[in-house]
Design a protein around this ligand. Structure first.
Ligand SMILES: [Zn+2]
Length: 253
């Protein structure tokens, strides 16, 4: 029987060995295909870990957030895909229109209702994240919900009917009360907690006083580029964005 490389997941933790490699196992009928076999690489699948007693020897569950800083971008993107497909399948066992049982399509990622045939595809939630600068300072904020000493960037979900640029301006005004100019797209990153597509923008401060939305933001301030507090870890898009805006500003002056 052909072996598959398996992303075996439980509660945002992934089964890896000491070298952070994935197990190769016989395939299972419930597996979700993450990538098809090619000449050089066999099939890659995602699978939920149901029973911890089935963990192969030498393997352990490791939180995916910790793996981010050890892995390449390509590895993290594939992990992200595996996690999101698994989460989507778990949440779409029944039709959201009529409530009957849904079954997986044989060739594509689609859960179809056995009665009304309504099809449910994996859903991605677009989320803007914004690096806001004011001269040689960057706006960093501490979340009111996460109880952390880490300072991150302003971020929020795109609302229905909104452009990405409108979401950037609205989210910033709502969370910290300031207006922006020169809003520019930077990059994107799939972020599987649970199924976000992070869209990175940079922008410049245009006016207004910092006025924090209490339930979202515990603290926010413009920090000098070379006196930053604790920021999100390497591998996160926030870390990359902060590094980018600081290095671009240094190159320009
Ligand atoms: Zn239905």
């Amino acid at each position: 029987m052909a072996l598959v490389t398996a992303y075996i997941l439980k509660d945002n933790a992934l089964l890896v060995n000491q070298q952070l490699e994935l197990p190769r196992l016989p395939s299972h009928p419930e597996d979700i295909v993450v990538s098809h076999a090619t000449d050089s690489i066999g099939q890659v699948v995602a699978r939920a870990l149901i029973n911890e007693s089935e963990i192969p020897s030498g393997y352990q569950l490791m939180p995916v957030r910790q793996l981010v800083s050890h892995w390449t971008v390509a590895q993290f993107e594939q992990t992200s895909r595996a996690m999101q497909l698994l989460e989507w399948k778990r949440n779409h066992q029944f039709c959201s229109r009529c409530g009957n049982k849904a079954t997986a399509h044989s060739r594509e990622h689609c859960m179809t209702c056995t009665v009304c045939h309504y099809s449910q595809y994996p859903r991605i939630n677009p989320c803007v994240i914004i690096a806001i600068t004011k001269g040689a300072q960057i706006l960093l904020a501490r979340s009111a919900q996460r109880h952390t000493s880490m300072y991150g960037l302003i971020a929020g979900f795109v609302e229905v009917g909104e452009t990405l640029e409108q979401a950037v301006a609205r989210e910033t005004l709502e969370e910290v009360g300031i207006r922006l100019k020169n809003i520019q797209y930077m990059a994107s990153q799939p972020w599987p907690f649970p199924s976000n597509l992070m869209l990175a923008f940079k922008a410049e401060y245009a006016g207004g006083e910092l006025l924090l939305q209490d339930e979202e933001i515990a603290e926010a301030a413009f920090f000098d580029f070379y006196q930053l507090p604790t920021i999100p870890p390497k591998g996160s898009i926030a870390y990359w964005m902060i590094e980018q805006v600081i290095s671009q500003s240094t190159t320009n002056t």
